[in-house]
Design a protein around this ligand. Sequence first.
Ligand SMILES: C[C@H](N)C(=O)N[C@@H](Cc1c[nH]cn1)C(=O)O
Ligand SMILES: [Zn+2]
Ligand SMILES: [Zn+2]
Length: 485
Amino acid sequence: MSAQIPTKFEQLFKKVDELKPQFIDVVAQAVAIPAVSSDETLRPQVVKKAHFLVQQLESLGFTDIQLKPLGLQPPPVSNPNLELPPVILSRYGNDPQKKTVLVYGHYDVQPAFKEDGWDSEPFELVVDEEKGLLKGRGATDDTGPLTGWLHVVRAHKEAGVEFPVNLITCFEGMEESGSLGLEELIAKEANGYFKDVDAVCISDNYWLGTKKPVLTYGLRGCNYYQVTIEGPQADLHSGVFGGIIAEPMIDLVKVMSTLVDSDGKILIKGVDEMVAPMTEKERKLYDNIDFSLDELNKASGSNTALYTKKEDILMHRWRYPSLSLHGVEGAFSGQGAKTVIPAKVIGKFSIRTVPDMDSAKLDELVIEHCEKAFAKLNSPNKCKAELIHDGAYWISDPHNAQFTAASKATRLVYGVEPDLTREGGSIPITVTFQDQLKTSVLLLPMGRGDDGAHSINEKLDISNFINGIKLMAAYLHYYAESKEI
Ligand SMILES: C[C@H](N)C(=O)N[C@@H](Cc1c[nH]cn1)C(=O)O
Ligand SMILES: [Zn+2]
Ligand SMILES: [Zn+2]
C-alpha cells in the first residue's frame, strides 16, 4: 500500500481484510438459497433470500427497510396467481449535508443444476483458498457484489470511519427474468423514497478480461421471445405416428433456423437497418481497450470465436445486436433415446439490442418473421410467437463526477487507470434509473470476464471480492468529496 494513502482508507482497508471470513460467510449463506427467478416453483426461495437480506440490513443499522410488493407476474406465466418477488428498499444515513447514492443489485440468480457439469453443488459456496476463488451460483452475478455494499457499511462501522454519503438500496429479485414490475416502482418512488438520490451505482457486470479493472458506460438491451408450436393432444409414439402426422418439433426447428445463421448474422428483415451507424470517434475508442482473442478463448473455454480482431470482437459484443437460441420447453432433453413426438414445444430466443433499435418495432419484425416462416411450412399445427420480456439498452457519457470518483478509487485500490467499457449483457432497469431519477448511473463491476456468470462453476476471485469492497468504499468517499453532482 502506498505511503500517501489517507488514514481513513488505511483503517477501512485493514478492516475489510480482517473481516474477510465474515464477509465470505454472508455470501455463503446467501448463495445457499436457490433464488432462481425464472423457475416458478422456486419463487418462495427468492422471497426467502429477500428476507435473509433484510435481516442483514437490520443488523447493520439500515433504517426504513421496506419490502415493496410488485403484484402478480404478468403473462406468459404458468401460475396466473404468482406474486413477483419484493424489492428491498432501505437507507443508511439521512444527513442533508451529505450526497445520497442509490445502489442497485439483484438477489435472484440464473438456474443451476449439478448435472449441467458443475464440479460442486451450485448452491453450496466453495471457498477455495488455494485457487483464491468463491464458487457457486450468484458468486459474481450478483450475490457477491450486492452483499459488497453491506460489507462496505460494516467495515465503516467497525473501523469507526464516518460513512461519507447517505446510502439507499434498491435490491430486486427479478433481474434475470426481465426486472418485471420494477420500472413502475421506480416511477412511483422517484419523488418518494428516491427523491434525494444524487447518483446511482450498479455493481452487476464484469471486467472485460481478467487483469484490468473497468468502469462501464453502456449496456445492450434484451428482448426475449418464445415461439409455441402445438399439434397433437398429447406426446405420441414415433413408431405409431411418425411420418403420418405433422410434428411440432420439426416445425419449430425450421422456424428457429430462419432467425440467425451460423456466423451470427441475424436473418430477420429490418433489424440491421435500425442499428446506429459507426462514427470515426467511436471507431477510435476500440484501439485503446485492453483485450485479446486469447482472453475471449480462455473465457469461453474454446476456440470458437467468430472474429479474430479485437475491434471486431468488441464491436460485436457492445454495439451490434445478436440473436441467441436458448432452448426448447417441452422437448425431450434427457439422456438416452426416448422415441417420443412432443405434442407442444416452446422455442426460446433473445435478441440483444443496441442504439438506435426500437423495441416495439423489433417485436413486430420478429413476430411477423416467425409467422411468415411458419406459414411457409403449410403445417396444420398452431404457432404463436410472443415477447416474454424486454429491457432497454443504455449508453451514457462516462465523463462526470461519478466516473471521476470511481477512476480515482480504482487507481487507489488497483494502482491502474480503469478501461472504459460497454457491456454485452443487459441490466434492464439502468435506463429507468437515469431517466426517472434524472441522475447519472455508474456501472462499477467487481468480477472478471472469465467468472462464468450464467454458466457452470460460476466464480468470483477472492481478490476481486475484497478489492471490490475497497473500491466501492473508496468510490463513495471520492464521490462525496467531489464538487459536482
Ligand atoms: C449483466 C447482468 N449481470 C445480467 O446477467 N443480466 C441479464 C439480464 C437479463 C435480461 N433478460 C434476461 N436476463 C442478462 O444480460 O442476460
Ligand atoms: Zn446480474
Ligand atoms: Zn445475470
